[in-house]
Design a protein around this ligand. Sequence first.
Ligand code: UD1
Length: 431
Amino acid sequence: MEQYAIKGGNPLVGEVEIGGAKNAALPILAAALMTDETVLIENMPDVRDTNIMLQAMESIGVITNRVDRHTVKINGSQITSLSITADFVKKIRASYYLIGALLGKCGKAAVVLPGGCNIGSRPIDQHMKGWRALGADVRIEHGMILTEAKGPLKGNHIYMDMVTVGATINVMMAAVMAEGLTIIENAAKEPHVVDLANFLNSMGANIKGAGTDIIRIKGVEKLHGTEYAIIPDQIEAGTFMFAAAATKGDVTVKNVIPKHLESITAKLQEIGCEIEESDDAVRVVAAKGLTHTQVKTLPYPGFPTDMQPQIAVTLGLASGASMVTESIFENRFKYVDELTKMGADVKVEGRTAFIYGVNSYTGANIVAPDLRAGAALVLAALAADGISTVDDIRYVERGYEDFDEKLRGLGAQIEKIESERDLQKFQMKIC
Ligand code: UD1
């Protein structure tokens, strides 16, 4: 099984180019099948989750053609099946976006219940409520979500009980070609919700208000082909920004939208980093020692839950006592045991981690419990004295393209290894 071998202790310095947003790419891919015309999507991240989504779409007859590593063409004119049963589909949570897309286009869809990262219970009641409100019959049977519209879907007024990215996106897709007006209240405002709305509008949809609490969707008869570039990945960018902080480095993240990073830059400034912003880049300089802070994850524009492990790992090296509260998912502190092996002083009570800063971490053999926690543990290893191995890096590869290569570009000593022998070679090379 592949691992990262990491020799830590060097500040990361230099520039890193951020790719397209995974969490925007996944619903955009699904939505691309909603027209019979060809859609060209640029800035597509080449990560495991997007590749599984493409495979799932191929499995029902959608034609996908990778023009180059980051550009794909999608043609949904020859869909042969509205049922996605293959086991590999369960690997990605976002497979449920195919329901919104297929229900919206064809009035029917069946998809195996999704998996994804194990970060807490992840109900889909709000998705189901939204589809039902549009007139679909929705059931869960034999591990499948089954949806079917009796007649044409009809616009409706839907109030989300909590802010949910997934349900906002899934209802938006189903409503795009429904008759009349759909209003989603208490909608998620995340940049990827806005990106999907912009993408659908570029296909001829009529969606207003994405990025606010209330999204208004006027149904259109059909969608057409488009060319569209996905927004930069807020979380990949944030991860490299915290990598700079944790290693006391100086990193410029390029090809970003600084507005999407505001909650992250604010926290970095609070703990003592200097931030320089330009139109499409942010530089993080961590010259001074870091100081403690408090943070609570919240829906956008709050501090993202997908950045919670990265800030916690960094605060573990900041002076004083910090508090990190997770308000979105209940099981997102599984990395704490691993971090403790590296010398961190963290106690978790309920949804809050109490972090007492230590001077440094020490290298250890650790395991990535999920995607973002895996990336955060890599940051810990990069900051640690000595050598670490990080196991189960397939989680990290779900959402980070060329993570090790990009880190090496900043001076990190990190390599993918597959055996004890590879580890010995790595040790020889760095000594
Ligand atoms: C998406 C992101 C994930 C990110 C999360 C929060 C993708 C593929 N995943 O996940 O990386 O961590 O947003 O920004 O884009 N909830 C319900 N019922 C529902 C739906 C959600 O109770 O029907 C709850 C969830 O349990 C959770 C909260 O609402 O507590 C937020 O979930 P949601 O925003 O939907 O997260 P995901 O879309 O699964």
